[in-house]
Design a protein around this ligand. Structure first.
Ligand code: EPU
Length: 434
């Protein structure tokens, strides 16, 4: 297991580039299952979840080419011959977003068998809303041996009202509805930019979707979709993580290749705490050499403050003057990073769904453990301002969603390196008996 060794104290200076959005690329790859023709996706991030999705699609018989070059990161997926419309436990347990294949498979093949994901580090995260939605579209559902099987000769359009807002649930059913007979109206949908990007891709493939990016989406089912080329939107969470890194380290950082229109809640909050930013249509410059004041956040669905930025904001709050109250509304167990930050000297108290952060606290380097993707990113941020050399263990979590983060941060002045696990020396063989 790799670790990061980070020596804190350097302001980040220069330009850092943002990759394509993992959470837009994953549903886009699943959408390729809806057609026999090749789908070409550009700006694919080089992260582990994409590799897991490649394996997932390949196991069903799809041909997946995945290439990363200097100029282009792209995948071409051709799902002409799907041999087994299944997502195994082996793959689903590595990545919950595997359930995104449920809708497309049942829509295209009439049958899907997908493992239930089981527990998760940040909350229960069931997929009941995906399943209920498919039932509304006429699928028959069987639950057996840890798997969900959905069957429908052809899905039928219907009305879906989500009990609560779900991002991948909206995406899964959106994909299913594109090939259903008749019209589907989905209400209380997720409004995330990744949902709108998926609808954009599907419309280019010949789907008839209106309203994606709002809470009501209408889909007129079509009988067939075709191949296309599509460019994935920039990763707003990666961009936001770098913006906070610039602010925390007192740097002057240009976060390039992002879409500031997707970063509204964060930029608003940074203005409130005193961080200066300036943006163009595709970059944000953060000038961090200013005192930071405390401010509360409450995580909400888009366009509210993203839960995927809560941990990184907490790292910033440890450096702010005053008390910040952080309320996590989306997941019930997403404060694991707080205890690691406390080990580095932060003053954080957890009270149920609230974390009370009192700052500023000088952080001192420590060996810490990453518990999930965004928690790992927050520990990297804390280590960038801590005095001394921190070691962050289990960085495989960060590799799921941040492309080459150590090289990117090194390029703007961070002292960060990756080390492999140092295995204990093998015990000497017992001496032969005389
Ligand atoms: N929920 C249910 N039933 C469902 C679906 C969701 O109760 O059938 C609950 C969840 O347990 C959670 C809430 O609804 O409490 C919202 O979950 P949602 O379904 O929106 O989350 P998700 O689609 O599984 C996506 C992102 C997450 C991000 C959340 C919230 C992808 C691949 N994943 O997950 O990203 O945190 O939306 O914005 O898009 C990450 O990138 O680190 C990450 C965890």
């Amino acid at each position: 297991m790799d670790k990061f060794v980070i020596r804190g104290g350097n302001p980040l200076l220069g330009t850092i580039r943002v990759s394509g959005a993992k959470n837009a690329a994953l549903p886009a790859m699943a959408a390729a299952l809806l057609t026999e023709e090749p789908v070409i996706l550009e700006n694919i991030p080089q992260v582990r979840d994409i590799e897991t999705t490649r394996k997932l699609l390949a196991a069903m018989g799809a041909e997946v080419e995945l290439g990363y070059g200097r100029a282009q990161h792209r995948t071409t997926i051709c799902a002409r011959n799907l041999t087994s419309p299944e997502a195994s436990y082996e793959l689903v347990k590595q990545m919950r977003a595997s359930s995104l294949v449920l809708g497309p498979l049942v829509a295209r093949c009439g049958r899907a068998r997908v493992s239930l994901p089981g527990g998760c580090a940040i909350g229960a995260r069931p997929i009941d809303l995906h399943i209920k939605g498919l039932e509304r579209l006429g699928a028959k559902i069987k639950h057996e041996h840890g798997y969900i099987e959905a069957i429908a000769d052809r899905l039928e359009g219907g009305e879906i009202l989500f009990d609560r807002i779900t991002v991948t649930g909206t995406e899964d059913l959106l994909m299913a509805a594109t090939l259903a007979e008749g019209e589907t109206v989905m209400q209380n949908c997720a409004r995330e930019p990744e949902v709108a990007d998926l609808a954009d891709l599907l419309n280019k493939m010949g789907a008839q979707i209106e309203g994606a990016g709002t809470s009501t989406i209408r889909v007129k089912g079509v009988s067939k979709l075709h191949g296309v080329k599509h460019r994935i939107i920039p990763d707003r969470i990666e961009a936001a993580t770098f913006i906070i890194a610039g602010a925390m380290t007192g740097g002057d950082l240009n976060v390039a290749g992002c879409d500031p229109a997707h970063l509204g809640a964060l930029l608003e909050k940074l203005a409130e705490v005193g961080v200066k930013t300036r943006h163009t249509t595709e970059s944000v410059r953060v000038m961090g050499d200013v005192p930071i004041e405390a401010a509360d956040i409450v995580t909400e669905e888009y366009p509210g403050f993203p839960t995927d930025m809560q941990a990184q904001y907490m790292a910033l709050a440890t450096q702010a003057e005053g008390t910040s109250i952080i309320t996590e509304n989306i997941f019930e167990n997403r404060f694991m990073h707080a205890l690691e930050m406390v080990r580095m000297g932060a003053n954080i108290k957890i009270e149920g769904r609230r974390a009370v952060v009192r700052g500023p606290s000088p952080l001192s380097a420590a060996a810490v453990l990453a518990s999930d993707l965004r928690a790992s990113a927050s520990l990297v941020l804390a280590a960038l301002v801590a005095e001394g050399e921190s070691i962050i263990d289990r960085v495989y979590h960060i590799d799921r969603g941040y492309e080459n983060i150590e090289e990117k941060l090194k390029g703007v002045g961070a002292q960060i390196r990756r080390i492999g696990e140092i295995l204990p020396k093998r015990a000497a063989a017992p001496a032969a008996r005389a």
